[in-house]
Structure formats: structure tokens, C-alpha cells
Write a protein that binds this ligand. Structure first.
Ligand code: C5P
Length: 237
């Protein structure tokens, strides 16, 4: 179960990074490096976390022309991340290119472990009003998410990032092996912050999530390792 709760280490200072990475060591097993941490410390952060024994989800959400996406995916695969991602909004051709870039890196470095490659469908901070008003998409958000998931499947990716609310529909369409990694998670007592499509950790797993991603509910707690272990206990129960 611990492997299925990915902790987002969204911090910018050395002090915060050391506090969290050392406190969660031996408790959490899978952590997420997002733009905030990566842009603050650079690629070496993956090595540092791997040496501390963590698996790493490198959440850089590649979204560019296919050639650039391919080169970017190839480069980040070489860093040894266990999970990488792209934006499904980049389209099937871009996602396919990213997968091929990842595979090229593996061919050149056969000792590398193949990372899980997934696509972000719609951010969990997005709601129906936003996709209509800002993105000019005139369809229910769950239909958009499932459509993006189908595109990711067609591109040969391993799964998607979605809200737990869409997991059942995605698995019905694409099969239970197609991974659903779900942020937008809050225990009942904690505010959703900027997240809009939110569930509890227990509900996310009930709905079929393969992995949940949790940041602030753990990292802002007075004792993050206790918060993490309480969440694991509550899911087990
Ligand atoms: O603090 P919180 O639990 O809301 O953090 C969620 C993390 O998951 C953040 O690092 C955010 O960038 C990431 N994420 C997300 N929604 C997505 C994809 C990634 O919230 N669709």
C-alpha cells in the first residue's frame, strides 16, 4: 500500500527538502518531484532521492511539438525516474513521440529500468466552468478526460493522471490494467486548496485508483511522517 501513495515534495529550499526527504525516509517509498522542486535543484535531485531509497515520479508534464517532446522524454528517462508524464493535450502524435524517446533512452542504456509513462488528462484544479470558459471546450469534463485517456492509450502509454472521479469510466473503456494515477486527494478534515475535483484517499482507492498523489495534506502537517502513516492506516482499515 505504501508504494501506492506518492508524496509530492513540492518545496523550494534546501532546508525544506532535507527536512521532508529525511523525515519520510523509511516511511514513504514513492515521492513526486514536480516543477517547483526540479526547477529549484535541477536533475541531480532525482539521484539524491534515489540514493535515499525512494522511487521517483518525475512530474514535468511534457507538452511541446513532437520532436521536442521526444528529446525531453529521452533525457528525463536517462535520469532514472520510475514514472514520467506528458500532457494528453499535446495529442496522440506528441505522446507517441515521447514514448519513443523514452524507449530510445532504454535502448541506449539497457541497465535503466523502464519508467511508467502516463499522460495528464485534465488537471484536478480544473472544473467544468474553467474548461468551458477558458479552454473553450463545450463537453462534460468527464467525457473530455475519458477521450484524452483513449488518446494516451492509442499512443501506447501506460495510463493517465486524472481525478479519482473519472477512474471507473476510464477503466471501463480501457481495461483495468490501464493505470490511473490520481491527485486531488484530501482527508475529510483538510481543505481542498486550489484542487476542485477532490476525494478522500479511501474513496480514491475504492474508485479503482492505482496510485494516489498527496502533497500538502502530508507535507504541511506538523509531523509529515505521522500524517503519512495515518493515511496508510486509514486506507488499510
Ligand atoms: O498538495 P496537493 O496534494 O494538492 O498536490 C498535488 C500534486 O499533484 C501537485 O504537485 C500537483 O502539481 C500535482 N498534480 C495535480 N493534478 C494533476 C497533475 C498533477 O494536482 N492533474
Amino acid at each position: 500500500m505504501k508504494d501506492r501513495v506518492i508524496v509530492a515534495i513540492d518545496v523550494q529550499t534546501q532546508q525544506d527538502f532535507e527536512r521532508l526527504s529525511h523525515e519520510l525516509k523509511g516511511q514513504a517509498t514513492f515521492v513526486k518531484v514536480g516543477m517547483e522542486l526540479y526547477y529549484s535543484f535541477g536533475p541531480n535531485i532525482i539521484k539524491v532521492l534515489k540514493e535515499l531509497g525512494y522511487k521517483v515520479f518525475l512530474d514535468l508534464k511534457i507538452h511541446d511539438i513532437p520532436n521536442t517532446a521526444m528529446k525531453a522524454a529521452k533525457t528525463i528517462t536517462k535520469l532514472g525516474a520510475n514514472m514520467i508524464n506528458v500532457h494528453a493535450a499535446g495529442g496522440v502524435e506528441m505522446m507517441t513521440a515521447a514514448r519513443l524517446g523514452m524507449e530510445e533512452a532504454l535502448k541506449e542504456n539497457p541497465q535503466l529500468e523502464r519508467p511508467i509513462i502516463i499522460a495528464v488528462t485534465q488537471l484536478t484544479s480544473t472544473d467544468q466552468q474553467m474548461i468551458e470558459k477558458d479552454l473553450c471546450i463545450d463537453r462534460p469534463i468527464h467525457e473530455v478526460v475519458v477521450h484524452y485517456a483513449k488518446c494516451a492509450y492509442e499512443a501506447g502509454l501506460d495510463g493517465v493522471v486524472s481525478s479519482p472521479l473519472e477512474v471507473k469510466l476510464i477503466k471501463e473503456k480501457l481495461g483495468s490494467d490501464f493505470l490511473c494515477v490520481t491527485p486531488g486527494i484530501r482527508p475529510k478534515t483538510i481543505s481542498g486548496d486550489d484542487q476542485k475535483r477532490v476525494t478522500t484517499p479511501q474513496d480514491a482507492f475504492k474508485r479503482g485508483s492505482d496510485y494516489i498523489v498527496m502533497g500538502r495534506a502530508i507535507t504541511n502537517a506538523e509531523k509529515p511522517s505521522t500524517a503519512f502513516n495515518e493515511i496508510i492506516e486509514s486506507i488499510r482499515n
